[in-house]
Design a protein around this ligand. Structure first.
Ligand SMILES: *Cc1c(COP(=O)(O)O)cnc(C)c1O
Length: 390
């Protein structure tokens, strides 16, 4: 029996998967079990920030693995402390909570908002405002905050007192805010919703309102964070600092780690017993993530991401000239969406056939989120293949 038949016998069908079985990876190239190679412009959905088989990353993993993989959070270990020091310094925020995924990071942030509201605003301040077309994950709190009905089907009843407003619409947000609002949750660039960046003026105005109304401002940077935008966090592109930032995807370079970083006045409402995660921030994942952060914050690395991102964006923009189907190119750094008015899945399938991995975002965009170590030559290659598929 072939592997895919065996898989379908024993693995739940929660994904519509491509008929590809991968065997190994090197740099930004994946090889399937038949030996066919693929140039990877989806990077595990913005997860494999350093590509595959990065020697330094493997060394960091191996060394920590041989020393200590896991101990309970009832004790301390050094990698988590060091990683938290790096993250707080680089983010300008104060305290970290570690978990294992993006959705868990959003849950932690939602809990912080509610506890903060009750303790520091009023017992009735429990309302959360999130954005239409957002994506925050699959657990119940995060899926409630997600502003896309298709993900919520048959899951009702959802978490109460969570509201949605149109993204980038300051008047709609103001109209929804009340003395009961404890938190506002948004992605600085909507990822799953179709690669839609926030307007700089909008973010500044949201920050101002949150200060005036004593509301916790949460940026979900699970996708945009960890260098993806060309800065360590996308809010650093905007010069607007949230009270809480979530992170996951790119943080571990492939190992499952998530977390939030918060300002002290918010972080302090988490006290012993309020929140926990058994695996959260264990020494193995933290030593791995520490290597990722050290690499990204080394001189020149993020500048190269910005530069390569601009290069990719310009090349994709140029496709408009010969391809009427290309409507718009959006995004920042190595998080680019190309809006096309043709069948998205056909483009993705054609590209796959020609050895290029890309994915969709929202209803009308093709997403390019390659490893941050992608080269200009690989960008040239990818754009050439993409152009053939249009
Ligand atoms: C992917 C994503 C999540 C969910 O992350 P998981 O690790 O799949 O739980 C949450 N928020 C954003 C913005 C994401 O892109």
């Amino acid at each position: 029996m072939d592997l895919i038949t065996r898989a379908n016998n024993v693995i739940m069908e929660t994904y519509k998967r491509f008929p590809l079985v991968f065997d190994k990876g090197q740099g930004c190239v994946l090889t399937d079990i038949n030996g066919k190679q693929y140039l990877d412009f989806m990077g595990g959905i913005a997860v494999n920030s350093l590509g595959y088989a990065d020697p330094g990353l493997m060394k960091a993993m191996k060394e920590q693995m041989e020393k200590l993989v896991h101990v309970s959070n009832l004790y301390w270990t050094k990698p988590g402390i060091e990683l938290a020091e790096l993250l707080t310094k680089a983010s300008g925020l104060d305290k970290v909570f570690f978990c294992n995924s993006g959705t868990e990071a959003c849950e932690a942030a939602l809990k912080l908002c509610r506890i903060y509201g009750k303790l520091k605003k009023s017992p009735a301040a429990v309302e959360i405002i999130a954005m239409d077309q957002s994506f925050h994950g699959r657990t119940y709190g995060a899926i409630t905050a997600t502003g896309q009905k298709k993900y919520q089907k048959n899951l009702e009843p959802l978490l109460p007192e969570v509201y949605h407003v149109p993204y980038n619409d300051i008047e709609a947000l103001k109209a929804r805010i009340s003395e009961k609002t404890c938190g506002i949750l948004l992605e600085p660039i909507q990822g799953e919703g179709g690669i839609h960046p926030a307007d700089p003026e909008y973010l500044k105005e949201v920050r101002k309102i949150c200060d005036e109304e004593n509301i916790v401002l949460v940026f979900d940077e699970v996708q945009t964070g960890i260098g993806r935008s060309g800065k360590l966090f996308a809010y650093q592109q905007y010069g607007v600092v949230p009270d809480v930032v979530t992170m996951a995807k790119g943080l571990g370079g492939g190992v499952p780690i998530g977390g939030i970083i918060a300002k002290n006045h918010v972080a302090e409402v988490f006290t012993p017993g309020t929140h926990a995660a058994t695996f959260g921030g264990n020494p193995f994942v933290c030593a791995t993530a520490k290597y990722v952060i050290e690499t990204l914050t080394a001189p020149g690395f993020l500048e190269s991401v910005e530069e390569k991102g601009d290069y990719l964006k310009t090349k994709l923009e140029a496709l408009k000239k010969d391809h009427a189907s290309v409507k718009e190119v959006r995004g920042m750094g190595l998080m680019i969406g190309v809006e096309v008015d043709t069948d998205l899945s056909e483009i993705v399938a054609k590209a796959m056939d020609k050895g290029l991995l890309i994915i969709t975002a929202g209803t009308n965009a093709i997403r390019f989120v390659p490893p941050l170590v992608i080269t200009k030559e690989q960008i040239d290659q990818a754009v050439a293949i993409f152009a053939e598929c249009l």
